[in-house]
Design a protein. Sequence first.
Length: 134
Amino acid sequence: MIDNNGTIPEKQSKPPTWTRWLDVVLRTAHVLVISVVLGGAVFKIPVYQLLPWQYLAIATGSALIASEVSHRRHWPYQGRGVMVFIHAGLFSLVCFRPDLAIPYLLAALVFGMVGSHMPKKYRYWSFIHWRGKD
């Protein structure tokens, strides 16, 4: 179905309650794991000791992305999706420049938090349709 603006509106049906709880659990786990990785970098824990935590961060982040895409097909090219991809990209740079782990992880944290908490107008901004949610 096409709306008055000539675009296909986002899926309107409400997802089952269990998916909301799964999202809450995944987000909580992701924040906990990322905090260990950032804390480890700040306190100069050897990289090999942080690898399990980095893998958990990748796993929980990937699960969150999969959850978002499965519920909202427009998500990848909206402001919220773009912010997540920037967040993940900054996190992945740590693999290439571990000496810059602290600034990369802090920047990733900022992009993740801003992306999650920015106004709806920007979170739902579509870089394909070039407009936000009204």
